[in-house]
Structures are given as C-alpha cells and as structure tokens.
Design a protein around this ligand. Structure first.
Ligand code: GDP
Length: 194
C-alpha cells in the first residue's frame, strides 16, 4: 500500500525553512503542469494539494511528510506563469533556487514536464541549474493520458536527447498510471540517493 502524505510546513521565505530529520525530494514544474494533481495521486488523497483551474496560485514551499517516515516531498512553487509580473517571477525563482542550492537534505529533484508540450526553455534552465548544483534529476512527463502512445514515445525521445539519454517516466494523475513507479523512484532516491 502506498504511504499517505501529511502537510507539515508551509514556507514563504527562505528564513522559515524548517530543520527536518528525513531526506527531501523536491517537486518542480511550470505552473499548470499537473503538480498538485500528481501529489494528490501519490498520496491517494483527493484534496491534499490544491488543484487550480487558475494557474499560478501556489507561492509557497509545501513540505509533506510521508506516513512511512521515509521522506519529505517538497512542493516548490510552479514557475513561468505568464500573468505574474516579472518581479514576482523573479521572487519565485529566487525562492526555488535558494531552496535547491546547498540543501544537504535534498536527494533529488522531480522535474515535471507536460507530455503535450515540446521541451521548454524554462524547464531546461532548471535542468542546467540542477546540473550545476549536482542535484540528481528525476524527469516525469505529466498528463500522459492526453497524448497518443506515439506522442508519448516521441516526447520521451525528445527529452532523452536533452537529459543525457534518460527518458522521463510517463505519468497520469487522472488515470493513475506511473504513480507506483514514481513512488519507487522517490524511495530509491531517499534511501540510496541514486
Ligand atoms: P499545477 O498548477 O501544476 O499544480 O497543476 P494542477 O494539478 O492544478 O493541474 C492543472 C490542470 O491540469 C487541472 O485542470 C487538472 O485537472 C489538469 N490535470 C492535471 N493532471 C492531469 C492528468 O494526469 N490528466 C489530465 N487529463 N488532466 C490533468
């Protein structure tokens, strides 16, 4: 049975970062990529993370502890929401990068990528940043149920070229596929760091 997730801390500025005992796995992606839906699917809880019809609402880092006490899932603010001002987007960027940089508890960054979209510049910027910081990446294609099998495999190939041959995991919060494999990956990173 999959563990539940319990929201334990909500952080708006880096000075509020909690001291925690468990390894962290961070979740990042463009606004509206399906991050909240996937967190709810991972937890098997419908309303844990807010699913927004209006994107760009999450401005905090949300720390979820897994009920099996293996890890914290750290939900980072969605980036790239066009209706946010440049100053707001820069502030989110600083919050995200400030958290990711030099965080001893962080074991991996789960990078959520919309299966329907070709690789985007902002996602590649985060890939580069993670590389510079030596943070292991776990790429995941979201909303895969919205794509044909052919589109899914094409998108995996597109990303593999950009990610040193690693094809992202295909997931659908709506249909539930990929979720068990994602849990396996999270645990593996939390325990072994690889
Ligand atoms: P967030 O902004 O990244 O947290 O994205 P949300 O989880 O709020 O999802 C944005 C929109 O995409 C919502 O309308 C969701 O219902 C929809 N969505 C999210 N995941 C899936 C999925 O796996 N399949 C489909 N078909 N729609 C999804």
């Amino acid at each position: 049975m999959q563990p539940r997730l319990i929201l334990e801390h909500t952080v708006y500025v880096l000075a509020q970062l909690p001291t925690t005992q468990l390894p962290h796995i961070a979740f990042a992606g463009r606004s509206n990529v399906g991050k909240s839906s996937l967190i709810n699917a991972l937890a098997g809880q419908k309303d844990l993370a807010k699913v927004s019809a209006t994107p760009g609402k999450t401005r905090s880092l949300n720390f979820y502890r897994s009920s099996d006490e293996t890890l914290y899932l750290v939900d980072l603010p969605g980036y790239g929401y066009a209706r946010c001002s440049k100053a707001e987007q820069a502030a989110f960027g600083r919050l995200i990068e400030g958290y990711l940089a030099k965080n001893a508890a962080l074991r991996a960054l789960v990078l959520l990528l919309d299966c329907r979209l070709e690789p985007q510049k902002l996602d590649m910027e985060l890939v580069c940043f993670a590389g510079q910081q030596s943070i292991p990446l776990m790429p995941v294609l979201t909303k895969a149920d919205k794509c044909s099998l052919r589109e899914r495999s094409q998108r995996q190939k597109d990303w593999a070229v950009l990610l040193d041959g690693r094809a992202p995991l295909l997931c659908s919060a709506a249909k539930g596929f990929g979720v068990a494999e994602l849990w396996d990956g999270l645990r593996r990173f939390a325990v072994t760091g690889a």
